[in-house]
Design a protein around this ligand. Structure first.
Ligand code: ZN
Length: 376
Protein backbone atom coordinates (compact mmCIF):
# COMPACT_ATOMS: atom_id res chain seq x y z
CA UNK A 1 0.00 0.00 0.00
CA UNK A 2 1.14 3.56 -0.82
CA UNK A 3 0.44 6.37 1.65
CA UNK A 4 0.44 10.15 2.04
CA UNK A 5 0.10 12.07 5.31
CA UNK A 6 -0.99 15.51 6.44
CA UNK A 7 -4.46 17.06 6.28
CA UNK A 8 -6.97 15.33 4.03
CA UNK A 9 -10.37 16.54 2.75
CA UNK A 10 -13.16 14.35 4.16
CA UNK A 11 -16.04 16.08 2.34
CA UNK A 12 -16.61 18.66 5.09
CA UNK A 13 -13.21 19.86 6.17
CA UNK A 14 -9.58 18.82 6.63
CA UNK A 15 -8.66 16.01 9.02
CA UNK A 16 -5.19 15.30 10.25
CA UNK A 17 -4.02 11.84 9.28
CA UNK A 18 -2.95 9.41 6.59
CA UNK A 19 -4.51 8.21 3.33
CA UNK A 20 -3.48 4.83 1.88
CA UNK A 21 -4.42 3.22 -1.43
CA UNK A 22 -3.83 0.13 -3.51
CA UNK A 23 -5.05 -1.08 -6.91
CA UNK A 24 -6.26 2.42 -7.74
CA UNK A 25 -8.66 2.63 -4.82
CA UNK A 26 -8.38 4.38 -1.43
CA UNK A 27 -8.10 1.56 1.12
CA UNK A 28 -7.56 3.43 4.39
CA UNK A 29 -7.99 6.85 5.95
CA UNK A 30 -7.29 7.57 9.57
CA UNK A 31 -5.51 9.61 12.20
CA UNK A 32 -1.77 9.37 12.72
CA UNK A 33 1.14 9.90 10.37
CA UNK A 34 2.52 7.13 8.17
CA UNK A 35 6.17 6.22 8.78
CA UNK A 36 7.24 6.55 5.14
CA UNK A 37 4.65 8.63 3.25
CA UNK A 38 5.21 9.41 -0.44
CA UNK A 39 4.45 13.04 0.38
CA UNK A 40 3.18 15.19 3.24
CA UNK A 41 0.96 18.26 3.16
CA UNK A 42 -2.55 19.31 2.25
CA UNK A 43 -4.23 16.29 0.59
CA UNK A 44 -6.99 17.04 -1.93
CA UNK A 45 -9.06 14.84 -4.22
CA UNK A 46 -7.98 15.12 -7.86
CA UNK A 47 -9.60 18.22 -9.33
CA UNK A 48 -12.08 17.96 -12.20
CA UNK A 49 -11.98 20.44 -15.06
CA UNK A 50 -15.63 20.69 -16.10
CA UNK A 51 -15.08 22.44 -19.44
CA UNK A 52 -12.19 22.36 -21.90
CA UNK A 53 -11.52 22.74 -25.61
CA UNK A 54 -8.16 20.94 -25.73
CA UNK A 55 -7.88 21.17 -29.52
CA UNK A 56 -7.40 24.94 -29.25
CA UNK A 57 -3.95 24.35 -27.81
CA UNK A 58 -2.73 24.18 -31.41
CA UNK A 59 -3.34 27.96 -31.61
CA UNK A 60 -0.25 29.45 -29.97
CA UNK A 61 -0.13 33.04 -31.26
CA UNK A 62 -1.12 36.14 -29.28
CA UNK A 63 -4.88 36.55 -29.55
CA UNK A 64 -6.47 39.75 -30.78
CA UNK A 65 -10.13 40.34 -31.51
CA UNK A 66 -13.59 39.67 -30.22
CA UNK A 67 -15.19 36.46 -28.99
CA UNK A 68 -16.81 35.96 -32.41
CA UNK A 69 -13.58 36.59 -34.30
CA UNK A 70 -11.65 34.11 -32.16
CA UNK A 71 -13.94 31.21 -31.29
CA UNK A 72 -17.30 31.35 -33.12
CA UNK A 73 -17.90 28.62 -35.71
CA UNK A 74 -17.36 28.25 -38.56
CA UNK A 75 -14.95 31.13 -39.33
CA UNK A 76 -13.45 32.12 -35.94
CA UNK A 77 -9.64 31.96 -35.71
CA UNK A 78 -9.58 28.64 -33.82
CA UNK A 79 -11.69 26.94 -36.47
CA UNK A 80 -9.51 28.27 -39.29
CA UNK A 81 -6.31 27.10 -37.55
CA UNK A 82 -7.79 23.70 -36.63
CA UNK A 83 -8.95 23.14 -40.22
CA UNK A 84 -5.43 23.74 -41.55
CA UNK A 85 -3.40 22.02 -38.81
CA UNK A 86 -1.79 18.65 -39.40
CA UNK A 87 -3.19 15.78 -37.32
CA UNK A 88 0.14 15.20 -35.58
CA UNK A 89 0.32 18.87 -34.54
CA UNK A 90 -3.16 18.80 -33.03
CA UNK A 91 -2.42 15.54 -31.18
CA UNK A 92 0.87 16.89 -29.80
CA UNK A 93 -0.78 20.14 -28.65
CA UNK A 94 -3.59 18.29 -26.89
CA UNK A 95 -1.13 15.88 -25.28
CA UNK A 96 0.99 18.74 -23.93
CA UNK A 97 -2.17 20.32 -22.51
CA UNK A 98 -3.30 17.06 -20.86
CA UNK A 99 0.13 16.70 -19.24
CA UNK A 100 -0.21 20.24 -17.83
CA UNK A 101 -3.59 19.30 -16.36
CA UNK A 102 -2.25 16.21 -14.62
CA UNK A 103 0.82 18.05 -13.32
CA UNK A 104 -1.45 20.67 -11.72
CA UNK A 105 -3.66 18.11 -9.98
CA UNK A 106 -6.51 17.61 -12.43
CA UNK A 107 -7.36 13.92 -12.85
CA UNK A 108 -10.58 14.28 -14.84
CA UNK A 109 -12.04 16.63 -17.43
CA UNK A 110 -14.92 17.14 -19.81
CA UNK A 111 -14.01 18.30 -23.33
CA UNK A 112 -16.05 19.87 -26.12
CA UNK A 113 -14.23 18.33 -29.09
CA UNK A 114 -14.61 19.97 -32.46
CA UNK A 115 -14.05 18.40 -35.87
CA UNK A 116 -16.62 15.60 -36.01
CA UNK A 117 -15.60 11.95 -35.82
CA UNK A 118 -12.03 12.70 -36.85
CA UNK A 119 -11.71 15.29 -34.06
CA UNK A 120 -12.62 12.58 -31.54
CA UNK A 121 -10.00 10.20 -32.92
CA UNK A 122 -7.30 12.85 -32.54
CA UNK A 123 -8.21 13.39 -28.89
CA UNK A 124 -8.17 9.65 -28.16
CA UNK A 125 -4.72 9.48 -29.74
CA UNK A 126 -3.55 12.36 -27.51
CA UNK A 127 -5.06 10.80 -24.40
CA UNK A 128 -3.63 7.33 -25.01
CA UNK A 129 -1.42 6.15 -22.15
CA UNK A 130 -2.10 9.29 -20.09
CA UNK A 131 -3.64 8.51 -16.69
CA UNK A 132 -6.53 10.95 -16.86
CA UNK A 133 -10.26 10.39 -17.05
CA UNK A 134 -11.97 12.24 -19.88
CA UNK A 135 -15.65 12.69 -20.60
CA UNK A 136 -15.38 13.41 -24.31
CA UNK A 137 -18.22 15.19 -26.07
CA UNK A 138 -18.01 15.38 -29.87
CA UNK A 139 -20.01 17.43 -32.34
CA UNK A 140 -20.92 17.26 -36.03
CA UNK A 141 -18.33 18.74 -38.37
CA UNK A 142 -20.78 21.36 -39.68
CA UNK A 143 -23.77 23.22 -38.25
CA UNK A 144 -26.34 20.81 -39.71
CA UNK A 145 -27.89 17.48 -38.70
CA UNK A 146 -27.00 14.27 -40.50
CA UNK A 147 -28.36 11.11 -38.93
CA UNK A 148 -25.45 8.87 -39.95
CA UNK A 149 -22.79 11.33 -38.81
CA UNK A 150 -24.51 11.82 -35.45
CA UNK A 151 -24.83 8.04 -34.98
CA UNK A 152 -21.12 7.55 -35.65
CA UNK A 153 -20.11 10.35 -33.26
CA UNK A 154 -22.34 8.97 -30.50
CA UNK A 155 -20.84 5.49 -30.85
CA UNK A 156 -17.35 6.96 -30.42
CA UNK A 157 -18.00 9.42 -27.59
CA UNK A 158 -19.66 10.10 -24.25
CA UNK A 159 -22.10 12.45 -25.96
CA UNK A 160 -22.39 15.64 -27.96
CA UNK A 161 -21.72 19.29 -27.09
CA UNK A 162 -22.30 22.20 -29.44
CA UNK A 163 -21.31 25.86 -29.58
CA UNK A 164 -24.67 27.56 -29.02
CA UNK A 165 -28.39 27.21 -29.65
CA UNK A 166 -28.35 30.34 -31.83
CA UNK A 167 -25.68 28.85 -34.12
CA UNK A 168 -28.00 26.03 -35.27
CA UNK A 169 -31.20 25.70 -37.31
CA UNK A 170 -33.83 24.91 -34.69
CA UNK A 171 -35.10 21.66 -36.24
CA UNK A 172 -31.54 20.35 -36.61
CA UNK A 173 -30.43 20.95 -33.03
CA UNK A 174 -33.68 19.38 -31.76
CA UNK A 175 -33.01 16.22 -33.79
CA UNK A 176 -29.42 16.18 -32.59
CA UNK A 177 -30.37 16.43 -28.91
CA UNK A 178 -33.11 13.79 -29.35
CA UNK A 179 -30.55 11.33 -30.78
CA UNK A 180 -28.24 11.93 -27.79
CA UNK A 181 -31.12 11.31 -25.40
CA UNK A 182 -32.14 8.11 -27.21
CA UNK A 183 -28.60 6.76 -26.77
CA UNK A 184 -28.64 7.84 -23.08
CA UNK A 185 -25.52 9.91 -23.54
CA UNK A 186 -24.60 13.44 -22.49
CA UNK A 187 -25.79 16.57 -24.32
CA UNK A 188 -24.19 19.88 -23.31
CA UNK A 189 -24.13 23.40 -24.74
CA UNK A 190 -22.75 26.90 -24.20
CA UNK A 191 -25.56 29.29 -23.29
CA UNK A 192 -26.04 33.06 -22.92
CA UNK A 193 -22.35 33.90 -23.18
CA UNK A 194 -22.36 37.07 -25.32
CA UNK A 195 -26.14 37.43 -25.78
CA UNK A 196 -29.05 36.17 -23.72
CA UNK A 197 -30.63 33.06 -25.25
CA UNK A 198 -34.09 31.56 -24.81
CA UNK A 199 -33.62 29.40 -21.72
CA UNK A 200 -36.81 27.39 -22.26
CA UNK A 201 -35.74 26.39 -25.77
CA UNK A 202 -32.30 25.39 -24.47
CA UNK A 203 -33.62 23.42 -21.48
CA UNK A 204 -36.05 21.61 -23.82
CA UNK A 205 -32.94 19.98 -25.32
CA UNK A 206 -32.37 18.29 -21.91
CA UNK A 207 -28.74 19.35 -21.45
CA UNK A 208 -26.68 17.62 -18.76
CA UNK A 209 -25.09 21.03 -18.08
CA UNK A 210 -24.82 24.54 -19.53
CA UNK A 211 -21.64 26.58 -19.90
CA UNK A 212 -21.32 30.34 -19.10
CA UNK A 213 -24.82 31.89 -18.57
CA UNK A 214 -23.22 35.36 -18.20
CA UNK A 215 -26.23 37.13 -19.76
CA UNK A 216 -28.82 35.02 -17.93
CA UNK A 217 -31.52 36.80 -15.93
CA UNK A 218 -32.40 35.79 -12.37
CA UNK A 219 -35.45 33.99 -13.78
CA UNK A 220 -33.23 32.06 -16.25
CA UNK A 221 -30.99 30.96 -13.40
CA UNK A 222 -33.96 29.87 -11.31
CA UNK A 223 -35.22 27.81 -14.29
CA UNK A 224 -31.86 26.00 -14.34
CA UNK A 225 -31.96 25.42 -10.60
CA UNK A 226 -35.52 24.05 -10.82
CA UNK A 227 -34.57 21.79 -13.74
CA UNK A 228 -31.51 20.53 -11.84
CA UNK A 229 -29.18 21.59 -14.66
CA UNK A 230 -25.73 22.63 -13.39
CA UNK A 231 -23.85 25.59 -14.86
CA UNK A 232 -20.13 25.49 -15.63
CA UNK A 233 -18.46 28.86 -15.19
CA UNK A 234 -15.11 29.75 -16.77
CA UNK A 235 -14.14 33.11 -15.22
CA UNK A 236 -10.70 33.51 -16.85
CA UNK A 237 -12.12 32.86 -20.29
CA UNK A 238 -14.97 35.33 -19.66
CA UNK A 239 -12.59 38.00 -18.35
CA UNK A 240 -10.48 37.68 -21.50
CA UNK A 241 -13.52 38.93 -23.43
CA UNK A 242 -14.47 41.60 -20.89
CA UNK A 243 -17.21 39.52 -19.25
CA UNK A 244 -17.70 38.70 -15.55
CA UNK A 245 -19.81 35.81 -14.29
CA UNK A 246 -21.79 36.80 -11.19
CA UNK A 247 -21.03 33.77 -9.04
CA UNK A 248 -22.82 34.98 -5.87
CA UNK A 249 -25.98 35.70 -7.90
CA UNK A 250 -25.88 32.25 -9.49
CA UNK A 251 -25.53 30.62 -6.08
CA UNK A 252 -28.38 32.72 -4.65
CA UNK A 253 -30.60 31.39 -7.45
CA UNK A 254 -29.83 27.89 -6.19
CA UNK A 255 -27.83 26.78 -9.23
CA UNK A 256 -25.19 24.07 -8.85
CA UNK A 257 -21.92 25.51 -10.17
CA UNK A 258 -18.85 23.80 -11.59
CA UNK A 259 -15.57 25.27 -12.77
CA UNK A 260 -13.81 24.87 -16.12
CA UNK A 261 -10.87 26.45 -17.93
CA UNK A 262 -12.50 26.65 -21.42
CA UNK A 263 -10.33 27.28 -24.51
CA UNK A 264 -6.77 26.02 -24.24
CA UNK A 265 -5.61 28.83 -26.53
CA UNK A 266 -6.86 31.41 -24.01
CA UNK A 267 -6.06 29.78 -20.65
CA UNK A 268 -3.57 27.23 -19.43
CA UNK A 269 -5.84 24.40 -18.19
CA UNK A 270 -4.70 24.67 -14.56
CA UNK A 271 -7.63 24.39 -12.17
CA UNK A 272 -5.45 25.96 -9.47
CA UNK A 273 -5.33 29.16 -11.51
CA UNK A 274 -9.06 28.96 -12.25
CA UNK A 275 -9.82 28.55 -8.52
CA UNK A 276 -7.66 31.55 -7.64
CA UNK A 277 -9.35 33.71 -10.28
CA UNK A 278 -12.89 32.49 -9.53
CA UNK A 279 -12.44 33.38 -5.87
CA UNK A 280 -11.34 36.93 -6.76
CA UNK A 281 -14.08 37.48 -9.32
CA UNK A 282 -16.69 36.18 -6.83
CA UNK A 283 -15.48 38.77 -4.30
CA UNK A 284 -16.08 41.52 -6.87
CA UNK A 285 -19.78 40.68 -6.72
CA UNK A 286 -20.11 39.78 -3.05
CA UNK A 287 -18.63 37.04 -0.96
CA UNK A 288 -18.42 33.31 -1.57
CA UNK A 289 -16.84 30.88 0.91
CA UNK A 290 -13.53 29.37 -0.22
CA UNK A 291 -15.03 25.91 0.35
CA UNK A 292 -17.75 26.60 -2.25
CA UNK A 293 -15.19 27.62 -4.89
CA UNK A 294 -13.14 24.50 -4.08
CA UNK A 295 -16.16 22.23 -4.45
CA UNK A 296 -16.90 23.81 -7.85
CA UNK A 297 -13.55 22.32 -8.89
CA UNK A 298 -14.61 18.81 -7.76
CA UNK A 299 -18.25 18.41 -8.83
CA UNK A 300 -17.65 17.83 -12.52
CA UNK A 301 -16.77 14.19 -11.70
CA UNK A 302 -20.50 13.56 -11.23
CA UNK A 303 -20.68 13.46 -15.05
CA UNK A 304 -18.97 10.07 -14.99
CA UNK A 305 -20.13 8.96 -11.54
CA UNK A 306 -23.36 10.55 -10.28
CA UNK A 307 -22.68 9.36 -6.73
CA UNK A 308 -19.15 10.79 -6.57
CA UNK A 309 -18.73 13.33 -3.78
CA UNK A 310 -15.08 14.28 -4.13
CA UNK A 311 -14.49 13.38 -0.48
CA UNK A 312 -11.39 11.35 0.29
CA UNK A 313 -12.82 8.15 1.76
CA UNK A 314 -12.31 4.40 1.60
CA UNK A 315 -13.59 2.98 -1.69
CA UNK A 316 -13.16 6.21 -3.68
CA UNK A 317 -10.77 6.20 -6.66
CA UNK A 318 -7.18 7.01 -5.66
CA UNK A 319 -7.09 10.39 -7.43
CA UNK A 320 -5.19 12.75 -5.12
CA UNK A 321 -2.98 15.81 -5.00
CA UNK A 322 -0.66 16.82 -2.17
CA UNK A 323 0.15 20.52 -1.77
CA UNK A 324 2.92 22.00 0.35
CA UNK A 325 0.49 24.30 2.17
CA UNK A 326 -1.08 24.74 5.64
CA UNK A 327 -4.07 22.54 6.51
CA UNK A 328 -6.50 22.38 9.41
CA UNK A 329 -8.90 25.30 9.59
CA UNK A 330 -6.78 27.14 6.98
CA UNK A 331 -7.12 24.36 4.37
CA UNK A 332 -9.73 26.01 2.13
CA UNK A 333 -7.95 29.38 2.25
CA UNK A 334 -4.71 27.61 1.30
CA UNK A 335 -6.37 26.21 -1.84
CA UNK A 336 -7.47 29.70 -2.97
CA UNK A 337 -3.78 30.73 -2.91
CA UNK A 338 -2.29 27.52 -4.32
CA UNK A 339 -0.17 27.46 -7.46
CA UNK A 340 1.60 24.80 -9.51
CA UNK A 341 4.81 25.32 -7.51
CA UNK A 342 3.02 24.09 -4.36
CA UNK A 343 2.23 20.67 -5.89
CA UNK A 344 4.30 17.94 -4.22
CA UNK A 345 2.58 14.93 -5.68
CA UNK A 346 -0.29 13.99 -7.97
CA UNK A 347 -1.79 10.50 -7.82
CA UNK A 348 -4.10 9.50 -10.64
CA UNK A 349 -5.78 6.10 -10.82
CA UNK A 350 -3.49 5.10 -7.92
CA UNK A 351 -0.31 5.89 -9.86
CA UNK A 352 2.02 8.69 -8.67
CA UNK A 353 2.42 11.02 -11.64
CA UNK A 354 6.11 12.04 -11.35
CA UNK A 355 7.04 8.34 -11.36
CA UNK A 356 5.15 7.94 -14.61
CA UNK A 357 6.83 10.96 -16.15
CA UNK A 358 10.32 9.76 -15.27
CA UNK A 359 10.02 6.03 -15.76
CA UNK A 360 7.76 6.07 -18.78
CA UNK A 361 6.04 3.00 -17.35
CA UNK A 362 2.65 4.31 -18.35
CA UNK A 363 -0.48 2.44 -17.50
CA UNK A 364 -3.61 3.22 -19.47
CA UNK A 365 -6.70 3.91 -17.46
CA UNK A 366 -9.64 1.84 -18.61
CA UNK A 367 -11.91 3.92 -20.85
CA UNK A 368 -15.54 3.92 -19.95
CA UNK A 369 -18.17 5.52 -22.07
CA UNK A 370 -20.60 7.10 -19.70
CA UNK A 371 -24.31 6.76 -19.96
CA UNK A 372 -25.74 10.00 -18.69
CA UNK A 373 -27.66 9.12 -15.53
CA UNK A 374 -30.34 11.76 -15.86
CA UNK A 375 -31.00 11.24 -19.57
CA UNK A 376 -34.68 11.80 -19.91
ZN1 ZN B 1 -16.33 26.64 -24.26
Amino acid sequence: MLRVSGWFYDGRGFRSGTVGWEDGVIAETGPGRARDPLAQGLILPGLWNAHTHLGDAVVTQELKGTLEELVAPPHGLKHRVLAKAKDAEVIAAMRRTLATMIRTGTTGFSDFREGGLKGLKLLYAAEAALPVQGVILGRPDGLAYDTREVGAILRASDGIAVSAYVDWPRADIEKLAADVRRERKIFAIHCSERVREDIDAVLDLHPAFLVHMIRATDADLTRCADAGVPIVVCPRSNAFFGLTPNIPRMLRAGVELRLGTDNAMINVPSMLREIDFAYRIARLKGQVPAQEIFEMALRGRQLSDPDATGAIRVGAPADLMVLDLPGGASGFASIMRASASDVRLVVTGGVPWPQLAEGGATKRRPRRHTAHPSSR
